[in-house]
Design a protein around this ligand. Structure first.
Ligand code: SAM
Length: 246
């Protein structure tokens, strides 16, 4: 039976196996956070997750300034996998890119793939920083799964190797104002959502995407949305018709 977690407030990601009786060593930063900032001491309780083994209630068994250890007592949640949905987006300004990664994690994307398109503003991303944002988002939203954030890849390269069975929801600003086609009759299965950069898609990209049998182009209404708004809107539509919100 899953244990109770009602009184435990602190939820921490650890890159360590979790299981009954498992001892989990803490990094210097984690020890500082738990014992310096949150003032926990031996006997205190924390919820742990690692993205693979669900969520566990753990008790502090060693508490030092720079180190410490926890021991797992009982499982409080099973691992809940999101649907097989990828989010492809062209990175924009730093804070808005962070927002997209955070929201995609909260809303249940399984993978996040920053893509370089013909008009992408940003040539580089810090993948490790974006992955840390995904971890933080999972920590605060109660998620037990952490989406992998991929390295920045050219969209054309991804499309060259696109899996034949993965559908692609292509959010095409050129369709702005066209009547919105409900997604309910689209097939279930692996999907990806594609959001373009501030400058939109080039004609060549648009032609290629429209020709792909896996792609379904959609309008997101009568106004042009910023890329971060478009990502949240598309994730909402997909999750509420084909995903795990239903
Ligand atoms: N510069 C482009 C223009 O003026 O047409 C707008 C690009 S928009 C800021 C960024 C991305 O959000 C687009 O590439 C698209 O993927 C998505 N998007 C925004 N509004 C949309 C809409 N009404 N329908 C479909 N996609 C939209």
């Amino acid at each position: 039976m899953l244990g109770s977690m009602s009184a435990v407030k602190i939820r921490l990601f650890v890159d360590h196996p979790l299981g009954e009786g498992q001892t989990v060593p803490l990094s210097r930063d984690q020890a500082h956070y738990l014992f310096g900032v949150m003032r926990l001491s031996v006997g205190g309780q924390v919820l742990l997750f690692n993205g693979r083994h669900g969520e566990w209630l753990a008790t502090v068994v060693e508490a030092g300034k720079r180190a410490g250890a926890l021991s797992c007592t009982s499982q409080t949640r099973l691992l809940q996998m999101p649907p097989d949905l990828w989010l492809l987006f062209a990175p924009i300004k730093k804070a808005r890119t962070d927002f997209i990664v955070e929201k995609a994690t909260e809303m249940g994307a399984a993978r996040i793939l920053p893509v370089q398109t013909d008009f992408t503003n940003s040539e580089r991303i810090r993948r490790d920083r974006l992955q840390a944002h995904a971890i933080e988002a999972a920590e605060q939203c109660g998620g037990t799964y952490i989406p992998d954030v991929a390295e920045l890849t050219r969209l054309s390269k991804l499309l060259d190797d696109w899996p034949h069975d993965r559908h692609l929801l292509f959010c095409d600003e050129a369709l702005v104002g066209e009547s919105f086609a409900p997604l309910a009759d689209l097939p279930k299965g692996p999907w990806a959502i594609l959001i373009g950069p501030e400058g939109g898609f080039s004609d060549a990209e648009r032609a290629r995407l429209h020709a792909m049998p896996q792609a379904r182009a959609i309008s997101l209404g009568p106004r042009i949305l910023r890329a971060d708004t478009a990502a949240v809107a598309a994730l909402t539509l997909w999750q509420s018709t084909l995903g795990d919100w239903i």
